[in-house]
Every structure is written in structure tokens, then in C-alpha cells.
Design a protein. Structure first.
Length: 156
């Protein structure tokens, strides 16, 4: 009886829990409400892919009203866990002042970090932003990037 109860409880938890792949399939088919419902609890629990997915939904207004501040929140959470793609996108948000204060130093910093983590677009972002910065700003950005990497991307 205890074994039956345990199996029933596990199946209920598994059946009712959020599922990233279900959210991804829903997103790809245009069912953004289901994607949002599946990804939100996962993102809140720290799932990088779900955080990046929610960032994209809010950035692009897919199933939700565009909200750059909320997009920046989710991209920041993923970036702080080392997600290079989210680090690049966060740099873009800083470069454009979308959901965050426009800041080329932070845009360059996130591009630099993303590039260091292998993101080719981060490399291009960093180089593009550098053309609009003074050498003192670039130096400040590089110092911030080194500090951010040392802190394992937390609180950057």
C-alpha cells in the first residue's frame, strides 16, 4: 500500500510539474500561454533555458506585452548563471537602454564576458560598443568584467 501511494504521489508531482520541453514545443507552435505557464515556475527555480525563454518572450512581446524591464530581469538571472547568450542580450539591452539605463560601459562589459564564454555575437557587440567609447571607458569596462568574472557573474 505504501509503495502504491508513493508511486501515485510521484506521478502526480511529475504530471503537474512544469516541463521545459513542453514549453518549448508550445512556444515554437505559437502557444505562448502554455510556454509562459510551463517556463515561469522553472525560471523562478533557476532554470537557465526557461529564464532565457521568458526573457525572449518579454523582449519580443510573444504572448505578453513587450516589457524590456522584465526581459532584463530574466536575462540577468540567466547571465548571472553564466549563460553566454543571455550575457550578450543583456549587453544589447544596456547598449540600447531597453529595460535598463543606457550604459556603454556595461554593454561592453557584458559583451566582453559573453565573448570570453564563447559567444561570437558577444564578441561583435563588445567591438561595436568599443568604437563609441573612450579608452578610459574601455578600461573601466574591462575592470568591471574581470571583477564580474571573479564574482562568478553575481551582482554585476
Amino acid at each position: 500500500m505504501c509503495l502504491t501511494l508513493a508511486i501515485l504521489l510521484v506521478s502526480l508531482v511529475t504530471g503537474c510539474g512544469a516541463d521545459y520541453d513542453k514549453g518549448l514545443a508550445a512556444y515554437e507552435s505559437g502557444d505562448f500561454a502554455t510556454a509562459l505557464r510551463e517556463w515561469t515556475p522553472l525560471a523562478e527555480q533557476g532554470n537557465i533555458s526557461a529564464q532565457r525563454g521568458l526573457g525572449s518572450m518579454y523582449y519580443n512581446g510573444k504572448g505578453v506585452s513587450p516589457n524590456y524591464k522584465t526581459a532584463a530581469k530574466w536575462y540577468t538571472r540567466a547571465a548571472e548563471q553564466g549563460d553566454a547568450s543571455s550575457q550578450t542580450t543583456l549587453g544589447v539591452l544596456y547598449a540600447k537602454g531597453l529595460g535598463v539605463i543606457k550604459d556603454n560601459v556595461y554593454a561592453h562589459m557584458w559583451g566582453h564576458i559573453a565573448a570570453a564564454n564563447g559567444d561570437k555575437i558577444g564578441d561583435k557587440l563588445r567591438d561595436d560598443i568599443a568604437t563609441r567609447m573612450t579608452s578610459a571607458d574601455i578600461s573601466a569596462s574591462q575592470k568591471l568584467a574581470s571583477e564580474c568574472i571573479r564574482k562568478e557573474y553575481k551582482g554585476c
